[in-house]
Design a protein around this ligand. Structure first.
Ligand code: F6P
Length: 430
């Protein structure tokens, strides 16, 4: 993974070489803190040792219990689904991967109507074992399998904490079960059992993903000028300090669209604390050049754009054409066109003085994805250290959970009462 921060200098908001030099002293101290946390396996910092602590053998042992299925359905939400989804949506596989990470009844009905229930592995993942959406979906999926005459206990893999509903379920029915790693918040768990069980079921090279993570780990150093991950974390932090409160992440690869969704949780849930943070906006190149780029170039100077691309792409030539004004495309290729648009977007933003950072990976494969995700996790941890926020907790998501639970009769929660006090000003069709 390479990071190029040149287009964050002299922009609005923007940095200078002196800013970065001064900031590098703070990066060095932050790295010492991070390294201590990693060495001591401290809560949260343990995430950055997963490339060494994750046991691929344990993952294979659990997943080998299942003959190669035609499909795998992950029932989880947030970090319990997005890491696996990042790999599944980026890499080819003969095993189809589906994710239920929402409780939209129309979507669940549609999916259950199309799934080969007798040839799917249900990969149910929840660290806590109490997440309403995950457990509700699992109960619905299990019921559907019962009604289809499929023994769900033969087709279910559980990944969960030491205790809780899913652990008890696995024990009661002797289900293959994987442990979620201790001290690793869900959004940081892609390089663990949580993100890699599906990869194993889909036939991906799990060791290569972890090797990529180790590449990222080995690249951490006490200087942003020597570590791509820290260069990204320090630059995004310093730009936020100067007003770039949105970070539009724009991969120029369809295969990285789910990665951007994974990044959004990592960045928002880790850094959105104490009135601080940087809103991750999700975009896709080249598509959003015909959409959000207008705002990025000509809208408020309150953002940076992160453009990401693999330098190796599939070869799809564009046939010669006499279409008026388009003959220049003939003989070129879709990859050439996409890369020209990438370069043009970067230059367009720079010319308008909008800060943008380039991240490049050689290609979209297991090792590159492992390094990219590890790098973003390390960048996030560094940003959190520099911003002095509690990176690894997410207390703000609890209020809504209590309100929803109270509304469904799951207990007495004052948050549910607050729902009834909503201020109304309904505007109805005349
Ligand atoms: O794995 P669990 O405990 O079901 O949590 C799922 C997701 O919900 C959160 O805890 C937020 O509610 C995320 O941090 C996490 O990734």
């Amino acid at each position: 993974m390479d990071v190029d921060i040149g287009n964050a200098l002299g922009t609005t908001p923007g940095l200078t070489e002196e800013t970065l030099e001064r900031l590098d002293d703070r990066v060095a101290s932050a790295h010492e803190r991070i390294a201590r946390g990693m060495d001591a396996d401290e809560f949260g910092y343990a995430s950055l040792t997963l490339p060494e602590t994750t046991d691929p053998e344990a993952i294979r042992e659990a997943t080998d219990a299942f003959e190669t299925p035609s499909a795998v359905l992950t029932v989880g939400i947030g970090g319990s689904a997005l890491g696996a989804g990042t790999l599944s949506d980026a890499l080819p596989s003969d095993v189809d991967a589906y994710v239920l990470d929402n409780v939209d009844p129309d979507d669940v009905k549609r999916l259950l109507g199309s799934l080969p229930l007798d040839d799917v592995v249900i990969n149910v993942v929840s660290r806590s074992g109490t997440t309403a959406e995950t457990l509700a979906n699992f109960l619905v999926v299990r019921d559907a399998m019962d009604r289809a005459g499929v023994d769900w206990t033969e087709r279910t893999l559980v990944t969960t904490g030491e205790e809780g509903n899913l652990r008890r379920l696995a024990d009661r029915h002797d289900l293959p079960a994987l442990d979620v790693p201790e001290g690793v918040p869900g959004r940081f768990s892609m390089l663990s059992t949580v993100g890699l069980a599906v990869a194993a079921l889909q036939g991906y090279d799990v060791e290569a993903v972890l090797a990529g993570g180790r590449d990222g780990m080995d690249a951490l150093s006490g200087s942003l000028f020597e570590s791509p991950a820290y260069a990204y974390g320090a630059t995004t932090y310093a730009l936020a300090e100067r007003g770039a409160l949105t970070n539009a992440v724009m991969p120029y690869a369809e295969s990285l669209e789910t990665f951007a969704e994974w990044f959004a949780q990592l960045w928002a849930e880790s850094l959105g604390k104490d009135g601080l943070g940087q809103t991750p906006a999700r975009a896709l190149g080249a598509t959003d050049q015909h959409s959000q780029l207008q705002l990025y170039r000509a809208g408020p100077r309150d953002k940076l754009v992160t453009v990401i691309r693999p330098t190796e792409r599939a070869e799809v030539p564009i046939p010669e054409t006499d279409l008026e004004g388009l003959s220049y495309l003939g003989g070129s290729s879709l990859g050439d066109l996409l890369d020209a648009e990438f370069d043009a977007t970067e230059a367009s933003l720079a010319e308008a003085g909008v800060p943008n950072v380039r991240i490049e990976v050689d290609r979209v494969d297991e090792r590159a994805l492992g390094e990219l995700c590890y790098g973003m996790e390390a960048a996030c941890v560094l940003y959190g250290e520099l911003a002095n926020v509690p990176t690894f907790t997410q207390p703000a998501v609890e209020w809504g959970k209590r309100a929803a639970r109270g509304l469904l009769g799951g207990g007495e929660f004052p948050e549910a009462d607050a729902v009834a006090e909503k201020r109304e000003l309904r505007i109805e069709r005349g």
